[in-house]
Write a new protein. Structure first.
Length: 620
């Protein structure tokens, strides 16, 4: 069998795209398509391997799985062991426990299902604290390995005796998966993470193998042009497709098809044989495994590095460890028999269990290299901060129960204060509860992935609750509510399941204020917060080591633009502008806290300052 230099090239391109995207290199915002390319390559190779063995009457399902284990697991165990040993040295208890869980999920090849169940996405700020977030793609691939050979085995008679029918079945399955992917716009996290919505990419790779011979013969005069065109389309896709919440963009089909075409026509240009390119292709799996954990650790401790090009440190470490991993684990994969892999797996499982069950053990305190003064910068009990009384929901197992009876309970003996919105209302919940006077009572309705409009759209559960609020609760209780405070992250409007235009936001706000005015309610909108390029704790820590640092360079203009937009629509007497507010302290080294815990959510420290301001100005 002739060596396929084009496959080595494609692997090299794919891993470079992913690395450049994750490391925020300029112009590669679409670099995440490298994962899609890997799926196509895998589909092509697995189809070729399985069907060739079926045709030769030597296919064994268990032998196939064993080979996949030898290929994937040793290097994954290697990076898991190293990170588990580093965790107690560098992480505090909350992150220690979470990342131990993430590593366990990655080794069980279930991480994609777990991440898909959460409300966030791969491009969210929370993702940058997860050392093994990238393992979701390995989980998808492994689930494909489990199911796909069985499906081909069931269809083997069709393949051997009715090739056209076999091809047609694979085309139908591809189209069904493609439509499932496109149809899950309101659940983009599911569309991104789950195998059924990704299998079309593998199957397109499989179809590339099935039609390879015919395409090579029919397109022979155009093979060089098609090869160059496919490579150009991949590069253009990486440069111009944008990472956002609408992953189900049909533009992703372009690099997928370009990869499939290159694989199908099997046209080897001379420069494909370049030793550097082929070596990069060989280490692509190990490089993919190592690049993300090093990036996460770098971002966490970037404040210690004042060198302008410090991003090169994790970049170089990724390559060094990838090369070591390639020679230690991938080149010697045949020495990893069932016994060695089982023992290694048990050791990793034991380490992960120890960290998960005992994250606050005194041993970790004694060996941790990070001073305790930084604990509040690195971690926060987000659940307790956002959801102290089960009055906040989003599409996540941890925040999916809203207690209407308690959260909207009227106290006729007290002044009833109503706090509504999304996570930006939830961030104020604890501070409101702590700041209210004894004769005041808080009602809260914090519902994410929608806006608090009478005619809202977005996450179904939130939309239904807003419908209940406006059609049942408010008409019955409008005379019992003394003040209403509204706090919303208005930049959520671009989320695919919401997809609000500025005109729709203006209409929704007009309906909302008109309704509140008709009820004679005293209401206040708490304005948009600043929006940072990176979690603010990173900025705060940088300033501790570089006091003259101008944090303005980390602030995105979108926050200011939204704030000005709201001020033009909402009457001045009903709008509390907190954007870059002079009375809100951004960082307290004495308390060891910054005013935000991510790019735009207020921490307990920041929220308490906002509520103190409301009290001083007698809004409350």
């Amino acid at each position: 069998m002739t060596f396929r230099y084009d496959i080595g090239l494609l692997r090299a391109i794919a891993v470079c795209f992913v690395l450049l995207f994750h490391y925020n290199f300029p112009f590669f915002e679409g670099g995440y398509i490298g994962v899609d390319m890997f799926f196509v390559i895998s589909g092509f190779l697995m189809t070729k391997i399985i069907l060739t063995e079926i045709k030769g009457d030597r296919f064994s399902y268990f032998s196939f799985i064993e080979r996949r284990i030898r290929r994937i697991v040793p290097a994954l165990l290697g990076v898991s062991v190293v990170m588990l040993l580093l965790l107690p040295l560098l992480y505090f208890d909350v992150d220690l426990k979470l990342n131990a869980k993430y590593i366990a999920l990655s080794l069980a090849f279930m991480s994609n299902i777990y991440y898909g169940s959460l409300s966030g996405d791969y491009f969210s700020p929370d993702a940058q604290d997860n050392l093994f977030l990238h393992s979701w793609s390995l989980a998808v691939e492994w689930q494909f390995y489990i199911i796909y050979p069985l499906a081909l085995w069931i269809l083997k008679d069709r393949y051997l005796h009715h090739l056209k029918q076999f091809r047609f079945i694979l085309i139908v399955l591809t189209v069904l998966s493609l439509f499932l992917w496109l149809g899950m716009g309101s659940r983009s996290s599911w569309a991104f993470y789950l195998m059924p919505t990704r299998i079309w990419e593998f199957l397109i790779g499989g179809l590339a193998f099935l039609y390879s011979q015919e395409l090579k013969e029919r397109l022979k005069p155009f093979l060089t042009a098609l090869t160059i065109m496919s490579l150009v389309l991949m590069l253009v896709s990486a440069l111009f497709i944008r990472a956002n919440h609408s992953w189900s963009s049909t533009l992703v089909v372009i690099p997928v098809l370009a990869t499939a075409v290159l694989l199908a026509i099997d046209h080897q240009l001379v420069w494909f044989q370049n030793s550097g390119i082929q070596f990069l292709g060989k280490i692509s799996y190990s490089l993919y495994l190592w690049h993300w954990p090093f990036y996460v650790l770098y971002r966490k401790f970037e404040f210690l590095m004042q060198w302008r090009y410090s991003i090169l440190i994790p970049f170089l470490l990724s390559f060094i460890f990838a090369i070591l991993s390639f020679y230690l684990f991938e080149q010697k994969k045949n020495i990893f028999g069932a016994k060695i892999l089982t023992i290694s797996g048990c050791v990793v499982a034991l380490l992960a269990t120890m960290l998960f069950v005992f994250p606050k053990h005194i041993l970790w305190d004694n060996i941790r290299l990070v001073d305790n003064q930084y604990v509040n910068y690195f971690q926060q009990d987000e659940h307790q901060h956002l959801n102290p009384c089960n009055c906040y929901i989003t599409r996540s197992p941890n925040y999916n129960t809203y207690d209407k009876e308690e959260c909207l309970k009227i106290d006729v003996r007290k002044e009833n204060i109503l706090l509504i919105g999304d996570s930006h209302a939830a961030q104020l919940s604890t501070a409101f509860r702590n700041g209210l006077k004894q004769d005041q009572h808080l009602l809260e309705m914090s519902l994410s992935l929608t806006f608090p409009f009478p005619d809202s759209k977005g996450y179904d559960k939130s939309v239904l609750l807003w419908k209940y609020f406006y059609t049942e609760f408010l008409p019955k209780n409008e005379n019992k509510i003394n003040k209403v405070f509204i706090s919303v992250h208005w930049l959520m409007n671009t989320y695919e399941e919401m997809n609000y235009t500025p005109k729709e936001i203006k209409q929704g706000l007009s309906q909302m204020t008109a309704l509140f005015d008709s009820y004679g309610l005293q209401y206040y909108f708490i304005g948009q917060t600043e929006l940072y390029r990176v979690p603010y704790r990173q900025v705060a820590l940088k300033k501790m080591f570089n006091p003259v640092l101008d944090e303005q360079q980390f602030i995105l203009d979108e926050g200011k633009q939204v704030n000005e937009f709201l001020k033009r629509i909402i009457p001045e007497q009903h709008y509390i502008d907190i954007y870059k507010h002079g009375e809100i302290e951004h960082n307290s080294q004495e308390m060891g806290m910054s005013y935000m815990f991510d790019k735009h959510h207020l921490s307990a420290f920041g929220a308490s300052q906002v509520v103190d301001y409301l009290l001083r100005k007698e809004y409350l």
